[in-house]
Design a protein around this ligand. Structure first.
Ligand code: 13P
Length: 283
């Protein structure tokens, strides 16, 4: 069923597990994420980035995901990922997204607070929850996210930000990158613990791809409830298509699309298992 992202994350926070937020852009990516979540009996968040608005019909996409969610045996949330424009946020809210991320991380803290607060007021009137970010992620390999400067989240600023904006969940920058790491990951779990002590809302980890399993497990123990994953799934699908085309079998597009969907599922399954806590009841 379609679920409010905030409810799903508050449940995860109590149960000490994290919910996978997979970036989706079409029917196949959405179906893959829901199928994996159903098989693993875990909730899932489908995340569409503002950067895909020029190519994805937002209203049509939302209607499609909501229809898939209505049939699903687990909780499915529809999230707007990294939105920089107020118009995009209003469009997502109007078309039925269950949460939105306003990314004001390029602004200084005072401006970020002012803009985020306005978004929170609008979204909450529609019953939609809001994620925001302070600090920003650098970009590694194979990602198509914006390049960030890699500034880590300061716990005191996090406290001020959450108190003054009323955001429902906060993305904490602790050294993960969007995309694959170039060199050894340098992830500051002690900083995460300090951020956890400073704020009560569920915390979000961006840059799931390539992050070592033990770091992910420890981050969940330290309060991460939502983990975003994009690049590793994209890489699996692209490498599948490349191999398929190199083998040059005469094939129909419908077959490639169906097999491409299957090629993404093992990667998503790996993450969903890693994020789950077998002892927790799920929402
Ligand atoms: P990765 O591409 O590193 O998995 O990160 C995805 C993400 O954080 C989207 O917001």
């Amino acid at each position: 069923m379609l679920a409010n992202t905030k409810d799903v994350l508050l449940h995860a926070q109590k149960g000490k597990y994290a919910v996978g937020a997979f970036n989706v852009y079409n029917l196949e990516t959405a179906q893959a994420a829901i199928r994996v979540a159903e098989r693993e009996y875990q909730p899932v968040i489908l995340a569409l980035g503002e950067r895909y608005f020029p190519t994805v019909d937002v209203e049509g996409f939302s209607a499609m995901v909501r229809a898939l969610a209505a049939k699903a045996s687990i909780s499915v949330s529809l999230h707007l990922d990294h939105a920089y424009k107020k118009e995009s946020i209003i469009r997502a809210i109007r078309s039925g997204f269950t949460s939105v991320m306003y990314d004001g991380s390029l602004f200084d803290i005072e401006q970020n607070i002012r803009y985020t607060k306005e978004i929170v007021e609008i979204a909450h009137m529609a019953g939609v929850s809001v994620e925001a970010e302070i600090g920003s992620l650098a970009r590694g390999a194979f990602s198509d996210e914006e390049e960030g400067d890699g500034t880590l989240t300061d716990p005191e600023s996090a406290r001020q930000f959450v108190t003054e904006t009323g955001v429902d969940f906060l993305a904490a920058a602790i050294g993960t990158v969007h995309g694959m790491y170039q060199g050894e990951p340098n992830i500051d779990l002690s900083l995460l613990k300090r951020i956890r002590q400073a704020v009560e809302v569920p915390l979000v980890l961006h840059g799931g791809s390539g992050t070592p399993d033990d770091i992910i497990k420890q981050a969940i123990q330290a309060g991460i409830c939502k983990i975003n994953v994009n690049t590793e799934v994209s890489m699996a699908a692209v490498s599948f298509i490349q191999n398929y085309l190199e083998a040059y079998k005469p094939v129909h597009l419908s077959t490639i699309m169906a097999d491409m969907q299957e090629s993404m599922e093992p990667v998503m399954t790996k993450f969903v298992r890693l994020f789950s806590n077998k002892d927790a009841n799920i929402v």
